[in-house]
Design a protein around this ligand. Structure first.
Ligand SMILES: Nc1nc2c(c(=O)[nH]1)N[C@H]1C(S)=C(S)[C@@H](COP(=O)(O)O)O[C@H]1N2
Ligand SMILES: [Mo]
Length: 392
């Protein structure tokens, strides 16, 4: 039997409040080493909170190993995660439901377990390529990965709780509370996306229980959508009768202008809309940038491509700064929402400085832009990846 808060009667509010009360949650100092951070060869943007990515040539694997998955934290890593301690942990489902739930790990493991490869990309990936410069972690191209996630369908859990007709959005909460007492990182997704069969409460990453840095003991996986919707250290899903109105859902946070704006011009907040799906994008993972190659010698080129809610239709490459484009061999993803792989061989017949350009096209008529359209927070950057090389 699943534990429902109702069984505790009047206790349910107390459980709920107790879990969310700052004083009762061990916030813990960030113990990076214990959390396995930084990962080898990581480009560390900040330590407190920890943010780090891997260079593209280390993202060549079809399934991103945990050791090569970027980490993006808005505050510290909870002590529970560092200590791998399930004691007292419950996932609360409350709000617009018929039956509030307080699920233990055991409870969650009783639901059918699903495994999927899913692209997880930070909305800010590529931010450092925006001109003029925007504030925020200056991600290059490596704040993306496609690991294998295992867990339960959020839909199954929400069906157990029974959604009221008033349910329209989730408000997701985690145990990583900011030390300064400011509002915790919390985002939400529309009920339709929450009820999609692909949306998971993940309990494992690449077959192992969730690493501390990636959300132990549970996190959301919201395939095709920006990483910030994938709440880590999950302990509450508040079902709401309105669009979740936390700080990270409001104003300019994870929002993009509804129509293109002049670079550097911040539109009025009413013109901003919530960022959801990732955009069509490709990454060149082989060769490493800035290498030297011999003239007339084939170079193996490889990479991945993804398109959020859409499908990749094609990837083309150019070796002459975008004049001519060549087909590549495109491999289908292992499941919906995993990334595609592509490869080709390129031979340069002249000496000098060149760039390998890759451009992905989706099934909705979108393609990667030649120059990055600007937005105030540097979200959803998907400009063509150009990889510099020298031919000698
Ligand atoms: N609780 C919590 N969940 C979170 C975050 C966070 O700071 N706190 N960061 C989000 C953001 S912005 C991203 S891009 C992804 C990063 O997931 P990863 O660190 O596993 O790569 O987690 C999301 N979930
Ligand atoms: Mo993110």
């Amino acid at each position: 039997m699943l534990t429902s808060l109702g069984m505790f009667g009047a206790g349910c509010e107390a459980v709920n409040r107790g879990l969310l009360d700052r004083g009762l949650i061990p916030v813990g100092l960030e113990d990076l080493q214990a959390a396995g951070l930084p990962k080898p060869e990581m480009l560390v943007h900040s330590e407190k909170p920890f943010n780090g990515e891997l260079p593209p040539h280390l993202l060549n694997d079809d399934v991103t190993p945990t050791a090569r998955h970027f980490v993006r934290n808005n505050s510290g890593i909870p002590e529970r995660a560092i200590k791998n301690d399930l004691h007292g942990w419950k996932l609360i489902i409350d709000g617009e439901v018929h039956k509030e739930l307080a699920l233990s790990m055991e409870d969650l493991l009783r639901f059918p377990q699903v495994t999927m490869q899913v692209v997880l990309e930070c909305a800010g990936n590529g931010r450092s390529l925006f001109v003029p410069e925007v504030d925020g972690t200056p991600w290059r191209r490596g704040a993306v990965g496609c690991s294998k996630w295992t867990g339960v369908r959020l839909r199954d859990v929400l069906q157990e709780a029974g959604l009221k007709p008033s349910a329209i959005y989730t408000g997701n909460y985690g145990e990583d509370l900011p030390p300064d007492g400011s509002e915790p990182f919390s985002r939400g997704i529309p009920i339709e996306k929450a009820m999609d069969e692909h949306t998971l409460i993940a309990l494992k990453m690449n077959g192992e229980k969730l690493p501390a840095a990636h959300g132990f003991p549970a996190r959301l996986i919201v395939p095709g959508w920006i990483g910030s919707s994938m709440q880590k250290w999950l302990n509450r899903i508040w079902i709401r009768d309105q669009v979740h109105d936390s700080e990270k859902m409001s104003r300019y946070a994870y929002r993009i202008p509804s129509s293109p704006v002049e670079p550097g011009v911040i539109p009025p907040v009413e013109d901003m809309e919530i960022a959801t799906s990732l955009r069509v994008k490709s990454l060149i993972t082989q060769p490493e940038s800035l290498q030297r190659f011999n003239i007339d010698t084939p170079i193996k080129v490889r990479g991945h491509a993804w398109a959020g809610e859409n499908q990749i239709e094609n990837v083309l490459v150019s070796t002459d700064f975008g004049i001519q484009w060549e087909e590549v061999l495109l491999t289908q993803p292992s499941n919906r929402y995993a990334w595609y792989h592509w490869e080709t061989e390129l031979t340069f017949t002249n000496r000098g400085y060149y760039e390998i350009w890759a451009r992905a096209y989706d099934d909705n008529g979108n393609a990667q832009p030649f120059s990055q359209l600007w937005n105030p927070k540097g979200y959803l950057g998907n400009v063509i990846h150009s990889l510099p090389i020298t031919i000698t």
